[in-house]
Every structure is written in C-alpha cells, then in structure tokens.
Design a protein around this ligand. Structure first.
Ligand code: NAD
Length: 481
C-alpha cells in the first residue's frame, strides 16, 4: 500500500471501447497538484486497444435524426447543470484550477452542449439557381453536409479538462460522426466523466470512445490509423507540427499555442484596462491559450498602468483551489511552476525588473509582473503558459503593431482604446485570429469562430459552428427545375 491519500472524488477509470469499460493490465495515477492526493487511477491503452476502438467506430453507421442528436445534447446539458458541483470538484481535484474557474468551466461546457443541440436542428444547406449566365441551365444545385466517411481522432490538452473535450465531442455528435478521443493524461478523469454523461443522455457508445495512455506509445496509431479521416488537436506547437508531419493525407484542425497581447493606448481608461490585464493574465491560473501573455502599453501611461496592475496583482488571491475565496489555484504541476520561476529568474538576470510575484510552493505559483523586458527574452518570445505577465512600453501605434506581430504566434489580442481609427487599424493590421476591443484576448462565446494563424494554427477554426463545417463533407445534388 502506498501512503498517498485518496481524494474524496477518487475514480478508478477504464477505457470506453464499444460501450464497454475496458480495464487493461497497466494503469497510471492522477494526482491532485495542490495536495498530492490520488484523484484517480486510469487504464492505459495499448496500440491494439486503439485499433479495436477504430475498427468499432469505422464499422458503425450513426443514424440519429437531427431531433435525436439535439435531444441527447440538450439532455446532457441539463444533467451537467444539475451536477455542477460534482463536475467542478473533479476538474479542480485533477487540475488544481480554483473552484471559481472550474464552476465557470462547467457553465461553458453546458453552453457548448446547448449550442450543439441548436446547430443540430439547423439545416445549413444552400440552394443555387443555375440559369445565372448565358450558358446556364434551368437547374438547381442543393448542398448538404454529411458526416465524414471515416473516424475523427480528437486529442486534447490539460488546461480546460472538460471544455476542451466538449469543443471536439459536441460538434461530432451534432453531425453524426464517430470519434475516438484521447484526453490529456494529466487530466483524463473529467473527460471520462463527460463521456458517461453523454451515454446517460442517450449517445450510442460507438459514436464516442475514449482511450488514454502514454502518448509515446499510442499517439502514432491515433494519427495514422487508416480509418482516421480527420485529426482535431488542441495543444502545443511542437506536438501540433509533429502531427501535421505524420498525418499525411488526412484533414487537420490544429489549435496551438498563443502569445497574446493586451494593448493599452494612451487614451484608455486605465482602471478598466488594468482590470482586463489581471483577469486576462490570471484566470484559469494563466493557463489559457489566449491568456494575456504580454501587456503592451503606451509610454505616456506606462507608469500609471503598471502601478495599478501591480496593486491588483497583489490583491489577486491564490492558494487552496477548493477554497472559494481564492481566485486562483495551482498551475498544472510542480514542474510547470518551477519552469515559470526559471524563465522569470533568467529574465531578471538579463535586466528585467520583477515587480511582484515569482514565489513558488510546490505547484502553487504566485501571479507575477515584470517590466524592463526586451523582445528577445524567453519570457516575451515564447509562450509562458502560466500567470506571468511582462509589461512592455511602446511610443506609438506603429510600434505597438510591430511588437504585437513580432512573435511566431497569431492567436488573439485585446485592445484598450476609445479612438475608432486606432481600433480599426488594429483590427486590420494585427496578424491574429481575433481582435477584441475592450475585452481580454480570450473573450468569445462557445458558438463563435475561434482559432489562430501562423504558429497558432492553420486557420481552420473551432467554435461549434466552424467545427461542424470541418467535421462534415459538403455534397452537392443538382436537378432539373
Ligand atoms: P501538449 O501539446 O503538451 O499536449 C496536448 C495533447 O497532446 C495531450 O493530450 C498529449 O497527451 C498529446 N500528445 C503528446 N505527445 C503527442 C504526440 N507525439 N502525438 C500526438 N499527441 C501527443 O499541450 P498541453 O501542455 O496539454 O496544453 C498546453 C498547450 O496547449 C499550450 O501551448 C496552449 O497554448 C495550447 N492550447 C491551445 C489552445 C487553442 O485553442 N489554440 C487552447 C488550449 C491550449
């Protein structure tokens, strides 16, 4: 017997293959990043297990009507809302995210389900008349969207243990596809819990199977299995590019890293801007692909803005994730926290000034603000997937745009100005997937298009509507009319 304590939400999980719970000979533990308790033990899939799931998915032909798909998704949303506490406790236990963050996440997942249910009812076919040109004919072309012929592989990251999964599973259900999901091995329990909720709501188990294990062992099979038509991946750039190189002739949706700026112009209301800065930097422990990773601030207001951000950072409560008074819990694990500390220490050695934070206790890492950073420092150039925000001054809008576009990423951005001409210029010239005026870069609703360009993605978006487009083939039918 080990002396590690078991969490109150301990779960012993098996793979979900073809409607069965499959216990394999090998297992791995999931530990609570805050207190080290065992939150779960999960079966590890072999390559054979993955192949079997793919064969079952390929052989199954979903026949659910639009009404049935919509009803399943709405039922799952209702069950989820009833079980908000249990679901958010599990997210918090396995990820260290605060209860505030995990309750918010459950609400987002329910939104994804409801939007998916609505979209399932909406026929997005188009009708074209063909007698539009001198050589046209009296015919019509009607488009329909069909599920893929093959299977969808979904691979998800740790940062939103349930919502990342929902954004892949729900559009797949809404379109009558079959999906094999591999959640992050850091937070697999929320994914299994969510899959069970869908089965309970009536989802045929062949439409969603879940496998987990060591990615070094099973990831290649998930990418290259001949039944797979599409791989939808959210995670870091290195793995995204690995998948792109490996996948060959398969459709790819890649949602990769970000290095998003919050840009504060000299006319901005600094109280409002500094609120957005801290919320954008520290919510979800700074572990959002669209977290504020750089604060770009006009020189004229730099000192005043910095003072406000430092004061609000000091007031940002963090600690025990289950304590509802805390805004922030831990980051994903101690190794991640130690990495942030190292990156900040290095920046300080190179001349940056630490204004607040950079304290660590296990996987707890305090919200951190730095200034006097330079673009070539790792803390600016690379994505820091935690609550660290460097403040960088600029002299005019040209420099702000140049700095903003000066990294390999192109995910999102937030703009604080009331001057319409400046706002319009940012909207046109920032090389990113989203520009949010007076909002954090992470602002979105679950329905709207979301995703990046450059190293942040290939431009194919997520958000329920866009994912539905990626997950379907458009067929045209023409006839005399
Ligand atoms: P990660 O890239 O380390 O892991 C993501 C997933 O890839 C996990 O499920 C992991 O098991 C799997 N994986 C590992 N090796 C693999 C391989 N060889 N082939 C296929 N899959 C493999 O990412 P993470 O640390 O879980 O999440 C953080 C990253 O995700 C950050 O870079 C963040 O910006 C990014 N992210 C992007 C978005 C977006 O929408 N653009 C959203 C959230 C997170």
């Amino acid at each position: 017997m080990s002396d590690v304590l078991e969490s109150p939400c301990f779960r012993e999980e098996a793979l979900r293959i073809g409607g069965e719970q499959v216990h394999t000979g090998r297992r791995f533990d999931v530990l609570n990043p805050y207190n080290g308790e065992r939150v779960g033990s999960v079966a590890m899939a072999s390559v054979e297990d993955v192949r079997r799931a793919m064969d079952i998915a390929q052989a199954y032909q979903p026949r659910l009507t639009r009404y049935e798909r919509s009803a399943i998704l709405n039922r799952a949303a209702a069950l989820l809302r009833e079980r908000t506490e249990a679901g958010s406790d599990l997210i918090t236990a396995e990820s260290g995210l605060s209860k505030k963050d995990s309750v918010y996440e459950i609400g987002r997942v329910a939104d994804v389900l409801n939007f998916g249910a609505n979209e399932a009812l909406r026929d997005d076919g188009q009708v074209f008349s063909c007698d539009l040109t001198p050589h046209g004919k009296r015919r019509k072309v009607i488009t329909t969207r069909e599920p893929l012929l093959g299977v969808i592989t979904a691979i998800t990251p740790f940062n939103h243990p349930m919502n990342q999964v929902a954004h892949k599973v729900v559009p797949s259900v809404a379109t009558n596809n079959r999906m094999v999901l591999k959640p992050s091995e850091k937070v697999p329990l929320s994914a299994y819990w969510f899959a069970d909720l869908l089965y309970e709501a009536g989802l045929p188990p062949e439409m969603l199977q879940v496998v987990s294990g060591d990615p070094r062992e099973i990831a290649d099979e998930l990418i290259t299995n001949p039944h797979v038509d599409l791989i939808t991946f959210t995670g870091g750039v290195a793995i995204g590019k690995y998948i792109a190189a490996k996948a060959g002739y398969k459709r790819l949706v890649l949602e990769l890293g970000g290095n998003d700026p919050l840009i504060v112009m000299d006319d901005a209301d600094l109280d409002k801007a500094s609120d957005l800065a801290v919320q954008g930097s520290y919510k979800n422990s700074g572990q959002r692909c669209t977290a504020v990773k750089r604060m770009l601030v006009h020189q004229k207001v730099l000192a005043d803005f910095t003072e406000r951000v430092v004061a609000k950072t000091r007031a940002w409560t963090y600690g025990d994730p289950m304590d509802r008074r805390n805004e922030m819990g831990t980051v994903i694990d101690e190794a991640a926290a130690a990495h942030f500390q190292r990156v900040v220490d290095d920046a300080v050695v190179q001349g940056a000034r630490l204004l607040v934070g950079n304290r660590r206790d296990g996987a707890l890492y305090s919200p951190t603000v730095l200034d006097r950073v330079r673009p070539e420092m790792t803390v600016v150039r690379e994505e820091t997937f935690g609550p660290v925000s460097p403040i960088i001054g600029f002299k005019d809008i040209d420099e702000a745009i140049r700095l903003s576009n000066g990294t390999a990423f192109g995910l999102s951005s937030g703009i604080c100005t009331n001057r319409f001409d400046d706002a319009a210029r940012f909207a046109r010239e920032l090389k990113v997937g989203s520009v949010n005026l007076w909002e954090v870069p992470g602002y979105r609703i679950e329905l709207t298009p979301f995703g990046g360009i450059k190293d942040s993605g290939l431009g194919y978006k997520e958000g329920v509507q866009e994912a539905i487009k990626s997950f379907t083939n458009c067929k045209t039918f023409s006839m005399p009319w």
